[in-house]
Write a protein that binds this ligand. Structure first.
Ligand SMILES: [Zn+2]
Ligand SMILES: [Zn+2]
Length: 151
């Protein structure tokens, strides 16, 4: 199906569909309406279908909505729908995946190919620096004590 049934109306606003989107439970809503439903709940959790209470993990814009994507208002709604799908799509922890990929984006480029080994190597280096520092400070302290003792 590429659009809502002609005799149907949005169950949120009870009006005709505006930028219709189909949820994974097969129910249709205005893009704006279902995003409002999501806004009312937790931003980090997918919303539930107002009709069948199933968790919505995917919103598919109807073909008519996609054809009108040059309209700024429609484009904005489609953008939000795409964000929603990125957050909750795929049934797994999409949000966690997004955070992880975000961490990869902000982390220095040279850490990525080395992966965990690179981080372990970095810790190793830090440990050696720390041990050297402790040694140097111990020698320094013993020198100070020796001087103090001789004077
Ligand atoms: Zn509506
Ligand atoms: Zn539903």
């Amino acid at each position: 199906m590429d659009g809502p049934p002609a005799n149907d109306c949005c169950s949120v606003c009870h009006g005709s569909f505006n930028t219709p989107c189909q949820a994974n439970c097969s129910h249709w809503f205005c893009g704006n309406c279902i995003l409002l439903v999501w806004d009312h709940g937790s931003a980090i959790q997918p919303c539930r279908c107002p009709l069948c209470r199933r968790q919505i993990s995917l919103l598919v814009p109807g073909e008519a909505s996609s054809r009108r994507r040059h309209d700024p208002e429609v484009a904005e709604i489609l953008g939000k729908v795409a964000t929603y799908n990125r957050l909750f799509g795929g049934h797994t922890n999409g949000l966690i995946q997004m955070i992880l990929s975000g961490v990869y984006v902000v982390s220095p480029v040279d850490i990525i190919p080395e992966g965990i080994l690179g981080i372990v190597g970095l810790l190793d280096d830090l440990l050696i620096v720390l041990i050297c520092f402790l040694h140097v400070s111990a020698i320094y302290r013993s020198v100070l004590y020796a001087r103090h003792g001789s004077s």
